[in-house]
Design a protein. Sequence first.
Length: 109
Amino acid sequence: MMPFSTRETSEKTNVKPVSVLFDLLGRSRAVDILWYLSSGTRTFRKLRDHCSPVSPTTLDKRLKELIQGCLIEKIPEGYALTTQGKDILEILKPLEPWATQWASMFEKP
């Protein structure tokens, strides 16, 4: 079982690794943290300010999960993307224009 996952990945459970990844990325503020770190290392305080409103407890939990998922790392200057974190953002970037257009369908006129 992946250390940050609440779901096992195996043929027995029929849960695919991509489902576990989406489970991690779908957690509160996870993608926001990754996007914000794409422009450089950030301290906990900077992340908290950027991700407001989020409780320090939730942010701390999310950071630990992203570290366990090898998408970010804790360094002396704060938090930074790992190579895997940079890679997943490159994969997700093309979805941004589509997601923006999709979200606009739900805006009130």
